[in-house]
Write a protein that binds this ligand. Structure first.
Ligand code: SF4
Ligand code: SF4
Length: 235
């Protein structure tokens, strides 16, 4: 229904599925019928995605957003024709970028994995209401996206501090945390979407969750070493 519904993940998934270009059509800016103005969300998402595409070596011209009314059929035809021509000239995804299929898939997979994290980190800018096109290029800069990718945050549970209270286990939105009663909890880094909920949820008196920036995460504690023996239970 609304261009604002087009998620960053949808665009990257389309490229992962072999699309050579993605075109998003939205209502004219400032003419939204609702108070949501989702077309601004679409614009901001596209500006962010284009920077991510640059970062991973894809030509950002493969993604375009245009705004028009339902009565502007001629304009729609013109922009779609123009976009199709531009994509035809670029050729299949990866070709003009000099990326082979494996490299392309791996770069897109890596970027897709970071989508929830990127959306959290950039949530304020993603809610911007830009006034003119001159501001478009400035909303997200190349340097900013380079820093975002090179200083990726991870969350790690310190096995020496975890008290197996299971609060983080219950609050994690993607079931990335394994653990149980009297069992030290461990985060599966492949599943974690870096939302930070576990850091906020872990009681301050335990302070077992650490936020790690731009550094490798310590390996998980071996399963046979995860049992917690309470002092009161020792005879
Ligand atoms: S950061 Fe979020 S997704 Fe990752 S383990 Fe913690 S709660 Fe789960
Ligand atoms: S909330 Fe903290 S103490 Fe409790 S299980 Fe999670 S990491 Fe361990």
């Amino acid at each position: 229904m609304c261009s604002g519904r087009v998620d960053l993940e949808f665009v990257l998934r389309a490229f992962s599925n072999g699309m050579d270009g993605v075109f998003i059509g939205g209502c004219r800016l400032n003419e939204c019928n609702y108070i949501t103005h989702g077309n601004y969300d679409a614009l901001n998402m596209v500006l962010l995605c284009r920077r991510i595409m640059e970062r991973i070596g894809l030509n950002p011209a493969r993604l375009r957003v245009e705004f028009m009314t339902s009565g502007e059929g001629n304009l729609f035809t013109e922009v779609v024709d123009d976009f199709s021509k531009a994509i035809n000239e670029l050729g299949p995804l990866g070709q003009s970028e000099g990326l082979d299929e494996d490299e392309l898939s791996s770069r897109l997979a890596e970027a897709r994995k970071l989508v929830p994290y990127i959306k959290i980190e950039k949530r304020e800018k993603l809610a911007s209401r830009l006034k003119n096109k001159e501001e478009y290029d400035e909303l997200f800069t190349r340097q900013e996206i380079d820093e975002l990718f090179s200083e990726i945050v991870s969350y790690h549970i310190d096995p020496a501090k975890c008290q197996a209270c299971m609060i983080c286990y219950r609050r994690c939105p993607v079931e990335a945390i394994s653990g149980g009663k009297n069992t030290i909890h461990v985060i599966d880094q492949d599943i974690c979407i870096k939302c930070g909920t576990c850091l906020e949820a872990c009681p301050p008196r335990f302070g077992a969750v650490n936020k790690i920036t731009g550094q490798p995460v310590p390996p998980p504690i071996p399963e046979e070493e995860r049992s917690i023996v309470r002092k009161s239970k020792v005879t």
